[in-house]
Ligand binder design. Structure first.
Ligand SMILES: Cc1cc2nc3c(=O)[nH]c(=O)nc-3n(C[C@H](O)[C@H](O)[C@H](O)COP(=O)(O)OP(=O)(O)OC[C@H]3O[C@@H](n4cnc5c(N)ncnc54)[C@H](O)[C@@H]3O)c2cc1C
Ligand code: SF4
Length: 553
């Protein structure tokens, strides 16, 4: 058995762990970062190869059908009164879907975490999203406000070289972004005609896909394949844009392919060490402070499995809060075929958004949502996926490809899942290949999600018609087909230890040297905005708190 010592051990190198580790190394502390997956180079990505659409994505944690961490259970019952909210072909009869589909959670294992896979949307949550209960009677108020996070948002944007337009009509005033916004892609210019007719605003999306050179990264080449790995190394994933800063200090050690299996605690709740597996051997690492950032599924799983005689219910779980308040991605998408070529495959995948509906009306029982344009979200993206999806054979197929390729795009919207204590994960009696218990998930939509999804779908259809496309073909809905990219909650932060897992710094109640900096601590999902920038900002804030604690030791 080998012992490793550091000032801080960080578990997981993604959006939360990578930022915390880097801030702490830059602040002068010796950091050991344990990452379950390997380090990838652009050459490892499918996008460097001609068969990029069909080649397996090496960092994807699970195939769409099988996730070794999750026990399969039947989905919740679909409310017959809301069947029209389910996925369907728009010219077919209403579906008879009775249950929600299999819980599908997309995430990446590797140095950089799920930012290897993300599309670089870099959103600050709006100030009202931190006070949903006070302002709108929704969800839970956060124990931090926009003003608390503002300086950390700013720092995260600088580290990532975010490209954006500071004149946002629906967000607080701010200074310039590190880089100018990307010009709108052809597909977004086409979708703008519908937006303008409706009197809404299509605004450039702030993106961690730099528009000018950023450190060693070239600017984004508008290749549109971010989710399969940027072939140019342009995307500001955490491994490219952030961890090199920490490695340059000489104080960060990254151990890749090191899977933490257990947190080892003293009788008083302090974490003594972590046990991890690497190359078939067991190791332990000890430190003064531990940062858990394995993501919103693996972090609660680790806490729940790390039982001991003094902590039989798992770490931080004295009040049965670990795993609760699970929040999915609540998404709806309409597939449209443009009446002219729009090069749907080209440009940053989501380069424009509509924020007109981000602010809910108090008392209406609906949350805010944000709409957007995507060229990559449907089953139509590059030539192979078009060829597979377009019917016909021989010359007929060839002509259909000539006519339709690049014209099929998606108009979509995202809202938030309310943090409900009954939506949760618990340990399963089934185990994965290492013998670790899987998780069993119970998650459903209630009145607020269903009402918001209904309004969002109406707005999407309005937009689609206003664009005057050649066809509007399909509706995708996460109500019938859970498709989770923004999993959150599960170790929620709050001020009351009986209804939360951590305090406002991510410090686990009852475990004074354990902090969580991943998506699991989020008490809400930002009313349609994407979560990573908020995860980064919270991690930087937590790192500052850990720095203060370590200075006093
Ligand atoms: C296709 C897709 C597109 C997305 N696009 C966007 C976007 O444009 N903008 C946005 O804001 N968000 C986006 N997201 C969501 C965003 O990527 C995640 O919300 C974010 O990365 C979560 O951060 P995290 O720190 O919680 O977890 P992760 O980034 O997933 O990091 C967790 C890390 O922990 C490691 N780990 C897990 N278990 C262990 C263990 N036992 N021991 C050691 N290491 C472990 C994992 O390998 C991983 O590296 C997208 C997600 C997907 C799937
Ligand atoms: S859109 Fe930009 S960042 Fe994304 S894969 Fe293409 S070049 Fe890379």
């Amino acid at each position: 058995m080998k012992r490793r010592d550091a000032d801080v051990v960080v578990i997981g190198s993604g959006a939360g762990g990578g930022f915390a580790a880097t801030a702490l190394a830059e602040a002068g502390w010796r950091v050991l970062l344990l990452e379950r997956g390997p380090r990838f180079k652009p050459d490892d990505f499918p996008t460097r190869h001609a068969d990029w659409e069909t080649r397996a994505v090496p960092f994807a944690a699970a195939s769409s059908a099988i996730d070794p961490s999750i026990e399969w259970t039947p989905g919740a019952v679909i409310d017959p009164a809301h069947r029209s909210l389910c996925s369907r072909a728009l010219h077919a009869p209403m579906p008879t879907t009775t249950h929600r589909g299999r819980f599908r959670y997309e995430r990446a294992f590797g140095v950089g975490g799920t930012t290897l896979q993300y599309q670089g949307e870099a959103h600050r949550f709006a100030p009202h999203a931190f006070l949903p209960q006070t302002l709108f009677g929704l969800g839970r108020d956060w124990p931090v406000r926009y003003e608390d996070l503002e300086p950390f948002y700013e720092r995260a944007e600088q580290w990532l070289g975010v490209a954006g337009d500071a004149e946002h009509p629906f967000k607080p005033s701010r200074g310039p972004y590190p880089g100018p916004a990307h010009p709108l892609s052809t597909k977004s210019q086409w979708a703008r005609r519908g937006v303008e007719q409706l009197g809404w605003t299509l605004f450039p999306n702030p993106l961690a896909l730099p528009s000018i050179p950023h450190g060693t990264q070239p600017p984004c080449q508008h290749a549109g394949v971010c989710t399969r790995g940027c072939p140019f190394g342009a995307k500001s994933s955490v491994d490219r844009a952030v961890l090199p800063r920490a490695l340059a200090t000489g104080r960060l050690e990254i151990i890749e392919k090191a899977r933490v299996m257990r947190l080892e605690s003293t009788d008083h709740g302090r974490i003594r060490s972590v046990m991890y597996r690497k190359d078939g051997a067991t190791h332990h690492a000890s430190a003064a402070v531990f940062v858990l950032a394995a993501g919103a599924l693996e972090s609660p799983r680790l806490l729940l499995t790390s039982t001991s005689p003094s902590c039989p219910e798992g770490i931080g779980n004295r009040h049965d809060q670990v795993g609760r308040h699970l929040m999915e991605t609540v998404l709806s998408a309409v597939t449209v075929e443009a009446d002219q070529p729009v090069a749907g495959w080209k440009g940053p995948p989501i380069d424009a958004r509509v924020w007109d509906f981000g602010m809910p009306t108090p008392g209406e029982g609906r949350s805010g949502f944000v709409l957007g344009v995507s060229g990559t979200m449907s089953r139509f993206h590059g030539p192979t996926s078009y060829a597979a999806a377009i019917p016909g054979f021989g010359l007929e197929h060839k002509n259909a490809m000539r006519e339709r390729f690049g014209r099929i795009i998606t108009l979509f919207g995202i809202t938030d899942h309310q943090p409900h204590p009954e939506n949760r994960l618990v340990l399963s009696s089934q185990t994965d290949e290492t013998g670790m218990p899987k998780v069993r998930i119970h998650s459903d939509y209630r009145d607020v999600e269903l009402a918001t999804l209904g309004t969002m779908q109406d707005r999407l259809m309005q937009w689609a018609h206003a664009c005057q496309p050649k066809a509007i073909t399909e509706l995708f809905s996460s109500y019938s087909h859970p498709s989770v990219t923004h999993l959150a909650g599960t170790c929620i932060m709050g001020s009351d230890p009986t209804t939360s897992v951590t305090d406002h710094h991510g410090r686990v109640h009852d475990s004074p040297n354990l902090f969580i900096t991943d998506a699991s601590i989020l008490p809400g999902q930002g009313m349609g905005d994407s979560p990573s920038l908020t995860i980064h900002a919270l991690a930087l804030r937590t790192a500052e708190e850990i720095h203060k604690i370590l200075q006093t030791k």
